[in-house]
Design a protein. Structure first.
Ligand SMILES: Nc1ncnc2c1ncn2[C@@H]1O[C@H](COP(=O)(O)OP(=O)(O)OP(=O)(O)O)[C@@H](O)[C@H]1O
Ligand SMILES: [Mg+2]
Length: 654
């Protein structure tokens, strides 16, 4: 019923002349008028066509106006109806209004009602238009509310409204929030006050006071908890709504479960830290290995020359004594270099199948001696402990280093507990545990009830030369060496420490799993002694001091020695001598061509050539693996003159 024009009206009036008059009057306003002379015809007309308005006379044959209306209103949509009646009757009027008739006009003799009718119709049309408009608005509102509700309900983000009075409650929650917190229904969740959902209930106070300050919070990360108590991280954005007096009436919020993202972030942070730490350790390891290598070369010379001097000073006890002191100091220096080499994994491990419990039991006395009487030793060794493949000497060194540290951390006494245990780490382990991998391991834990360490100290304990001890007391090498040994055994370690309470070092070694066939090639060193005279050795060593001492020692032992300072000159000597050598004794790492490349070339001239390599590095730089694979012999620096001679003799014997 868009406007007044084009509105169709059906008039039901048995008085034909009045009907005509009505039609004439209303046509002026350009209404489209149809007339019928009784109710039956009216109902028929309504079936065929829909009208915007009905004018119905009450007094008609066959059917009264009210009956017609009753009949129509049993159908659904009722157009606005105006009743016209000959005489005023309150009952009819009341009944008509009950049936939804909009207006009620009484035919007066003077025909005033004809003048009134157009304005009555106009008002009814306007009212009807307004009603329709309102209904349309309501429908739109309802629809948009529905859409909004379904949007909110289907979001993965929890939406809520809480009150803020002292006993605050959830006023409204969506489905997502119920799911996030693991409840069965909104009603179940609403039984609990908001603070119930905080992992630490006090955090709610901080949250509210933040909102009170600014009126809102954006992406606030809160540690909340689920129905079953498990913690979840949520990002909450919330806004306060104020009443007229300026107090917060309620808070609307959106809440997103960010636990997964948080977990990922945490893991990334840890990995980053570990990567940084391992990169740092690697750099220090390389540096330490390099220094140790240089030192070993020098010390080999110093020890060798001292030994030669001792021989020359047998008749002069005063000089011999001083030479002895030089030897002792050089050996001490060599031990330090050794610790550094162990840390940088440049010290070769001699691994065998090892029962860690036996090793600990065998060292019980030594350990007791280290810790003294003030400290109680407790051994908790698991029966039927799995074996591990390890170098017993190096493992002993770990035991000693950690025991010494523990004893030093318990100056007033305490308990040192050494325990062993078989542990199985499953596939779905917490990846955050650094270096952890799945499999079967032996856990060696050494714990004390001593001073403990701060976080800053813990972060640095594996660095070579890091010590908190007085000058002269600690070198800061014990744990660096321990770290190197553990890495060399494919294990890892964890440190737990609390200041004032104590420290626990947990070391994991892989359990031994037998393999069907194992190939190991050893340098065959034994005690057999054979005459050496006349054998020809080509010695290749870039360090002058070392070259000199070895050459002299071998010569003194009856060998014919040719010395070269690098691969090129060695090859030249070899060719000059037509390859007449029984042994090539060479350094691996040298400027220019390295020992292996040189060997390759020499072997192409003489297939059966025996080769002994020596190096201060036993990491990748020494090519140790390659050397063993190729069946060459290897002697680690620094070596004693004795060891060197034995090795050379051995090789030449077979
Ligand atoms: N059980 C422990 N309790 C408390 N602090 C310890 C413990 N073990 C090691 N530390 C700390 O770690 C530092 C490094 O230990 P590390 O064994 O490498 O060197 P050091 O004991 O100082 O010297 P060195 O072992 O070379 O004689 C120590 O100085 C000490 O601060
Ligand atoms: Mg120490």
């Amino acid at each position: 019923m868009a406007g007044i024009h084009n509105i169709s009206i059906l008039i039901m009036e048995d008085d034909i002349s009045l009907a005509r008059l009505l039609k004439k009057t209303l046509k002026k306003d350009s209404y489209k008028i149809d007339t019928v002379s009784d109710g039956k015809q009216g109902l028929l007309a309504l079936k065929q066509k829909s009208y915007d308005m009905l004018l119905i006379d009450q007094e008609m044959p066959y059917m009264k106006g009210l009956d017609v209306i009753r009949n129509i209103s049993s159908g659904n949509s009722l157009p606005p109806i105006i009743m016209i009646t000959g005489k005023g009757n309150e009952n009819i009027a009341v009944e008509a209004m009950k049936l939804g008739v909009r207006d009620y006009i009484i035919k007066d003799k003077q025909g005033m009602f004809l003048k009134l009718l157009p304005s009555v119709i106009k008002t009814v049309i306007e009212q009807e238009n307004a009603r329709k408009q309102k209904r349309k608005m309501e429908e739109l509102l309802h629809k948009s509310e529905e859409q909004y509700r379904s949007l909110v309900e289907n979001l993965n983000i929890g939406i809520y409204r809480t009150s803020t009075e002292s006993r605050s409650r959830f006023i409204q929650v969506n489905k997502a929030i119920v799911e996030i917190f693991g409840y069965n229904s909104p009603d179940e969740l609403k039984k609990f006050p908001p603070e119930h959902f905080y992992y630490n209930p006090d955090d709610r106070k901080a949250f509210i006071s933040k909102i009170k300050k600014t009126g809102y919070v954006k992406n606030e990360e809160l540690l909340l908890k689920k129905k079953d108590g498990t913690p979840i991280w949520c990002a909450v954005t919330a806004r306060a709504h104020y009443n007229k007096s300026g107090n917060i009436e309620w808070i609307d919020g959106a809440l997103e479960d960010i636990s997964k993202r948080k977990q990922l972030e945490e893991m990334q942070k840890r990995v980053q830290k570990l990567l940084l730490r391992s990169a740092k350790m690697e750099a220090i390891g390389r540096l330490a290995g390099g220094v140790a290598h240089e030192f070993n070369n020098l010390l080999t010379g110093i020890i060798g020359f001292s030994e030669l001097l001792s021989l020359q000073a047998v008749d002069n006890p005063a000089i011999a004594q001083n030479i002895d002191k030089i030897k002792k100091l050089a050996r001490k220096a060599s031990r330090i270099a050794n610790q550094l080499l162990i840390f940088s994994q440049g010290k070769q491990a001699k691994k065998t199948l090892l029962n860690l419990n036996n090793l600990i039991k065998n060292n019980k006395e030594l350990i007791s001696h280290i810790i003294g009487e003030n400290i109680t030793l407790q051994l908790l060794l698991q029966p039927r402990l799995h074996k591990t493949v390890a170098d017993p000497e190096l493992i002993e060194q770990i035991l000693v280093n950690l025991t010494v540290n523990a004893a030093e951390a318990m100056p007033d006494g305490g308990t040192l507990t050494i325990s062993t245990k078989n542990v199985s780490i499953s596939e779905n382990i917490d990846d955050s545990q650094h270096h952890t991998r799945s499999g079967n391991f032996i856990l060696l834990s050494i714990s004390d009830t001593g001073l403990g360490m701060s976080q800053e100290v813990i972060h640095r304990i594996f660095e070579p030369f890091f010590t908190t001890k007085e000058v002269g007391k600690g070198m800061g090498l014990g744990l660096s060496a321990t770290y190197g040994i553990i890495k060399q055994h494919n294990g890892w370690l964890d440190v737990e420490s609390e200041q004032g309470k104590g420290t626990n070092f947990k070391i994991y070694f892989p359990s031994y799993t037998p393999v069907t066939k194992r190939h190991t090639r050893k340098t065959n060193i034994n005690k057999v002694s054979f005459p050496s005279s006349g054998k020809r050795i080509l010695l290749v060593e870039d360090e002058e001091l070392v070259r000199d001492i070895i050459a002299r020692t071998l010569t003194d032992s009856g060998y014919k020695v040719f010395a070269a300072s690098d691969a090129e000159s060695a090859i030249n000597i070899f060719l000059e001598q037509n390859g007449a050598f029984d042994l090539i004794f060479s350094d691996v790492v040298m400027p220019g061509k390295n020992g292996l490349e040189m060997a390759q070339e020499l072997l192409s001239h003489k297939k059966e050539l025996k080769i002994l390599f020596s190096s201060g590095y036993i990491d990748d730089r020494s090519r140790r693996k390659l050397i063993e694979e190729k069946g060459f012999n290897f002697l680690a620096k620094p070596y004693s003159i004795d060891d060197m001679l034995k090795t050379v003799k051995n090789i030449l014997t077979f």
